[in-house]
Ligand binder design. Structure first.
Ligand code: VG1
Ligand code: CO
Length: 544
């Protein structure tokens, strides 16, 4: 075998963020850059000789080249077998499913999720452990440590593998199995949801849906599941061919970036149901006819209606949400008498809770929902869950959501993002906030009084690990909240996220536009954090 050990020098910027290492493509194309990070992953792991690794990505620019490098490095480092999705494609939840189903040692997923793709846009790589979930902080810390002291990496000299044929190949003494990217995942979905009932709904002629895959990874999955298995009309899936640059778009399922879908669902003769997913297929946006479902509400509604889906018919063990996610799901958990956990932002914090059987459903305000069927958030799973609920209840999306508010009260919610802010300015803003924390409690702003102010710290109840500085929280005595944090997924400057929430129990006051309902909160956030003055911006880049 022709294994080469290549001398290299560490790059000092390979610290994984909220979800793996994300950089511009030209950064990854630097000599040895990707190789170093992959070797750092392998160096941080133990006892994987002869084991199985799962590899795939969201199809963005540089996906195929990166996979060829990873395959040859996996062979040189002693893996026994690699499962790779056909065409190099695997959605993030499908990769998680395949790792679990095959008892793989772990997986490498290539994606920068909702960030744009193309020769000068974003690329990313992350490692998932044997439970199918994103590596926890102790693993990502070990990878980073390994990356800073790397002196060489190992790679097999061999021709490229044909990623387009479903077949087995030998790479040195390792086997590469190119597998159907959709089959296992589709089977798992069929085991959780009532496919005959959803099929009835979709083929009844009285129900129209549109799924926008935004030219990203879910195209083949959505077409196979909705159009082929569930009888939705051909053309139900739009922008269904994965493209290396996502057609020039931003594969982010929100009201701003999924504008084509929004136009359809808010236009004349709008269909009953619309959904979109992100670059790597782990996020979802749910729309009804002229109606937007806030992701925090979506999590609460799935929890409240979970037993309508066969996979959850015996009830759910508990729920978890990231700290900035609204407290809507907490109210459902209280009513169901189950535990509700509050974790830092990022799916990696849910893994231990799911592995321990403490929670079944998890969610984040950032259009992420999922369950213990895999260990990643799962966009199409959420869409199928909604379809299952709609098929069972026979009501519109809007009717289901407004009825939920009447029962539990409405948590008005909005997130304001300031993207591409100068890093020094953003850090100054966070430092000044931090400095104010001890004196905020008891202060009154307009009609609101601060009940607590802190920087969120999380102690994992399973392994006791502590994660500090996870976001500044300012809670008011009436239950309203403002949260400030800096993004850990961006690749340019800093992104400041401000999360705003208030609670309205009175059904007569639940129909407001959240920007109006939260108007005073928005002003208070600016007063306390001096957002406009410090960022130099007079409005957010994205409001969701
Ligand atoms: C963002 C979201 C977070 C999500 C993460 C990865 O992180 O806020 O909720 O888990 O993206 O999602 P940040 O640090 O930028 O706020 V994905 O779909 O990029 O894997
Ligand atoms: Co994603």
């Amino acid at each position: 075998m022709n294994i080469h050990t290549i001398a290299t020098q560490p790059f000092l910027d390979q610290k994984p963020g909220t979800s793996g290492l994300r950089k511009k493509v030209p950064v990854f194309q630097q000599r040895h850059y990707l190789e170093n990070f992959v070797q750092a992953i392998f160096n941080s792991l133990e006892d994987f000789t002869g084991q199985t690794l799962v590899v795939g990505g969201d199809g963005r620019f540089y996906n195929r080249q990166a996979i060829q490098i990873i395959l040859k490095m996996a062979a040189a480092n002693g893996f026994g077998r690699v499962l790779v999705g056909q065409g190099g494609i695997l959605s993030t939840p499908a990769a998680s499913c395949i790792i679990r189903k095959n008892n793989a040692f772990g997986g490498i997923i290539l994606s920068a999720s909702h960030n744009p793709g193309g020769p000068t846009e974003d690329f990313g790589i992350k490692y998932n452990t044997g439970n199918g979930g994103p590596a926890p902080e102790k693993v990502t810390d070990a990878i980073f440590a390994a990356s800073t002291s790397l002196t060489s990496y190992c790679i097999l000299e061999a021709p490229d593998v044909d990623l387009d044929q479903i077949d087995s190949f030998s790479l040195g003494s390792m086997t590469v199995d190119v597998i159907d990217a959709v089959a296992d995942y589709g089977e798992l979905m069929e085991s959780l949801f009532d496919f005959p009932k959803i099929r009835q709904l979709l083929s009844s002629g009285n129900f129209r849906m549109v799924m926008d895959s935004l030219h990203a990874v879910t195209g083949p999955y959505a077409t196979a599941i909705f159009e082929q298995r569930l009888g939705a009309a051909p053309g139900t899936v739009q922008n269904g061919i994965p493209l290396e640059d996502f057609g020039g778009g931003h594969p982010d399922p929100n009201l701003v970036y999924a504008h084509d879908l929004v136009e359809v669902l808010f236009g004349d003769n709008a269909p009953d149901f619309g959904a979109a997913s992100d670059g790597d297929g782990d996020r979802n946006m749910i729309l009804g006819c002229r109606f937007f479902v806030n992701p925090s509400d979506s999590l609460a509604i799935l929890a409240a209606n979970a037993t309508l889906a066969p996979g959850y018919k015996n009830g759910i063990a508990g729920v978890a949400r990231s700290m900035p996610t609204s407290e809507a799901v907490d109210r459902v958990a209280a009513k169901l008498g189950i535990d509700c956990y509050e974790t830092p932002t990022g799916w990696k914090f849910f893994g231990n809770l799911m592995d321990a059987g403490r929670v079944t459903l998890c969610g984040e305000e950032s259009f992420g929902t999922g369950s213990d069927h895999v260990r990643e958030k799962d966009g199409l799973w959420a869409v199928l869950f909604w379809l299952n609920i709609l098929a069972e209840r026979g009501e519109s999306v809007e009717a289901i959501v407004t009825e939920h508010w009447r029962t539990y009260g409405r948590n008005y919610y909005s997130r304001h993002d300031y993207e591409g802010v100068d890093s020094d300015r953003a850090n100054t803003l966070m430092d000044q906030l931090q400095a104010q924390l001890p004196s905020l409690k008891g202060q009154t702003f307009g009609s609101y009084t601060v009940g607590y102010a802190d920087n969120f710290s999380y102690t994992d109840p399973i392994d006791g690990s502590v994660s500090q500085n996870q976001g500044v929280r300012i809670g008011f005595t009436d239950g309203s909240r403002i949260v400030f944090r800096l993004s850990g997924t961006g690749t340019q400057g800093a992104t400041l996220r401000i999360y705003l929430e208030s609670y309205e129990p009175d059904a007569a006051k639940q129909g407001l536009d959240p920007q109006v309902a939260l108007g005073e909160m928005i002003e208070i956030a600016d007063t306390i954090a001096q957002i406009q003055a410090l960022t130099g911006r007079d409005q957010p880049t994205v409001i969701t």
